[in-house]
Design a protein around this ligand. Structure first.
Ligand SMILES: Nc1ncnc2c1ncn2[C@@H]1O[C@H](COP(=O)(O)OP(=O)(O)OP(=O)(O)O)[C@@H](O)[C@H]1O
Length: 464
């Protein structure tokens, strides 16, 4: 099957001065034209091209850095169109040799240009085909992976983004459900609209209805003015309902009605208000079990379960552990000491052996902390607080092993819960008082858990 020939043209002139648009369309190219590099960047977040054509001006100095980042950020081969005399200029020659696959001189020979663009497209295809699906990009985050199951998932994200039906994202905590929801929004036609995220588990039950649906003035004693709810606020964009499993059953009924009619009524309101939204829901709880236990409505589940995306836990994609650890190492590198170079082999080994119950979020927290704690060139298992997950043989007594395991369990729960005692205690199945006692017993310094040692040269401390 022939690949679709999609071409991105950057040409600051409005008119088709070289006749390129018309002629390339006749050669079978599906072309998108933008006038600036900035517009091209915006388009490339939403649409995929393998080849781009830029009509270069003589004075490219003002464009140099924008051009460089355009070429760096997208997996595209670029071809330039230039006047012959531009070749006399050093700046143009340098840019052509460093940033472009090829150049073509005006007057344009369309058959030659068509051939050149085909070559460029084939080269891009060759070098990209293994990486094209290895990431999806949201406004400020990249979602990366090297494993086939995640690449399939990225493909599905792009597919479900094209329809307006509700989407259900399942998966353990910290696997990237919100990031996936943001990516779907980003790749949808609603990308310019709002992305409203609501954590249903964090809303007090008495406030959920008004938070979601809004209220009219006078709806209750303190309602001094009309309030627009989050659903209405998402109009034209995406409503992301996180932890949907925590919604009280009566609100589940109202939500089902919303998904059937896309109309809402504010509390004490008389009018039905139409809302144009895409609904994405997520939860880490097993909704089928919640249905059996009478905590979740079966009809709502079936309404939501049409387009489902499941985020695999990190332990099921061990190849991603090193990739993500390095990604976050780069991301936080401004907070690291100059001598810190990366991860030791032992640290990488331990990370692979560890089960990552808190998934990517836990990995981020451990890497961030280790980068601050590490006094050496390479991060050790101790810096990551993962030494008990190494495969090396350490001679210790059973009691020491129990002690170490208890300490690690406490540290892990604190890291995973961002140092929140109440949440960590709940997860560990102990009272708050017991957790404080155990923290004391093991000499755990909570300030160190997330932010590292209290050293004057600790960049995280400086920020605080
Ligand atoms: N594949 C990935 N590539 C890069 N970053 C990721 C990836 N997956 C998750 N993250 C990052 O991990 C963190 C946790 O992700 P996110 O909040 O989306 O998880 P979640 O499943 O929604 O968690 P929860 O169920 O607790 O709400 C975020 O900082 C996110 O940017």
């Amino acid at each position: 099957m022939e690949k679709s020939k999609r071409l991105l043209l950057i040409d600051e002139s409005k008119s088709d001065r070289h006749g390129i648009r018309k002629q390339m369309a006749m050669c079978g190219w599906e072309m998108r034209h933008v006038m600036t590099i900035e517009d091209a960047n915006q388009l490339l977040v939403k649409e995929r091209f393998e080849v781009g054509l830029i009509s270069l001006p003589l004075d490219i100095a003002p464009l140099q850095s924008a051009l460089e980042s355009l070429v760096d950020c997208h997996d595209i081969e670029w071809v330039a169109i230039i006047e012959r005399n531009y070749l006399m200029h050093d700046g143009v020659r340098k840019a052509l040799s460093q940033l472009f696959y090829a150049y073509h001189l005006v007057p344009v020979d369309y058959r030659q240009l068509d051939c050149l663009l085909h070559h460029a497209m084939n080269m891009a295809h060759l070098s990209n085909h293994t990486f094209l699906m290895s990431k999806v990009v949201t406004h400020d985050h990249e979602m990366v992976s090297e494993t086939p199951c995640m690449q399939k998932l990225f493909e599905n994200i792009r597919k479900v983004a094209t329809v307006d039906a509700p989407i259900y994202i399942s998966g353990e905590s910290g696997t990237g459900k919100e990031l996936a929801a943001r990516a779907i929004h980003q790749y949808s036609r609603r990308t310019e609209g709002p992305f409203i995220a609501v954590n249903c588990g964090a809303l007090p039950s008495e406030l959920i209805h008004t938070e979601l649906f809004g209220h009219e003035k006078g709806a209750f004693t303190d309602a001094n003015r009309r309030k627009v709810g989050r659903i209405e606020a998402a109009s034209g964009g995406t409503l992301f309902l996180d932890e949907i499993g925590d919604l009280p059953v009566d609100i589940q009924v109202t939500l089902l009605r919303l998904l059937e009619s896309y109309q809402i009524r504010r509390l004490s309101g008389m009018d039905e208000i139409r809302v144009d939204i895409k609904v994405i829901v997520a939860t880490h709880v097993d909704l089928e079990k919640a249905i059996d236990e009478g905590r979740f409505r079966e009809d709502l589940y079936h309404r939501l379960n049409v387009l489902r995306i499941h985020m695999p836990p990190l332990r099921e994609r061990p190849k991603d552990i090193e990739l993500l650890a390095n990604l976050f190492f780069q991301k936080f590198s401004k907070d690291k000491s100059e001598k810190l170079q990366g991860f030791s082999q032992e640290a990488l080994e331990c990370m692979k052996n560890y089960k990552w119950p808190g998934n990517v979020r836990e990995l981020i927290n451990r890497v961030r902390r280790a980068m601050v704690m590490c006094d050496n060139k390479y991060i050790t298992p101790e810096d990551l607080q993962l030494e008990t997950h190494c495969t090396f043989d350490n001679v210790i007594t059973l009691e020491q092993a129990r002690d170490l395991a208890e300490k690690r369990a406490l540290q892990t729960a604190l890291i995973r819960n961002n140092n929140k005692i109440l949440h960590a205690a709940k997860e560990l199945g102990v009272s708050r008082v017991t957790l404080y006692r155990l923290i004391d017993k093991h000499g755990i310094n909570r300030d160190e858990i997330l932010y590292g040692k209290n050293q004057p040269d600790n960049p995280m401390n400086k920020r605080a």
